[in-house]
Write a protein that binds this ligand. Structure first.
Ligand SMILES: [Fe+2]
Ligand SMILES: [Fe+2]
Length: 129
């Protein structure tokens, strides 16, 4: 269970809300995965990957509109995660990885990314005012 912690807040409400939702989704899916059959588990994992993609597009749109100089580097981190996530989903579909390993991998990545890269973006946004 991943608890929201004020250290995760970057101070930009629209992005913080998405991060909170992302963490809620990770927690909900980690519970649901335990009692689900393989077909439903695959749907849950797919839902998670879709939300990750959607969140990254939303952040990249904000960066683009604001002329954020770190857009390219930040987008590469997002892209890299999506590729690693796809690789893990592939292993899971081959029964070579437990679904909760996907959740824990993504949880660790998300927290680290929020407190590092997303906070750098937030600093840039707050200095625009
Ligand atoms: Fe983010
Ligand atoms: Fe990000």
């Amino acid at each position: 269970m991943l608890l929201w912690n004020d250290n995760f807040s970057i101070g930009i409400e629209g992005i913080d809300l998405q991060h909170r939702y992302f963490i809620d989704l990770l927690n909900r899916l980690s519970l649901e995965l335990k009692d689900s059959d393989a077909a439903y588990q695959a749907k849950l994992i797919d839902e998670l990957a879709s939300y990750a993609k959607q969140h990254f597009i939303s952040e990249e749109n904000i960066m683009y509109k604001l002329g954020y100089p770190g857009l390219k580097k930040h987008s590469e981190y997002h892209q890299d995660l999506l590729e690693k996530l796809n690789g893990r989903i592939g292993l899971y579909l081959l029964d070579m990885l437990e679904p909760d390993e996907i959740i824990s991998y993504l949880s660790k990545w998300l927290i680290q990314h929020i407190v590092q890269e997303d906070k750098i973006l937030a600093k840039f946004i707050s200095e625009l005012k």
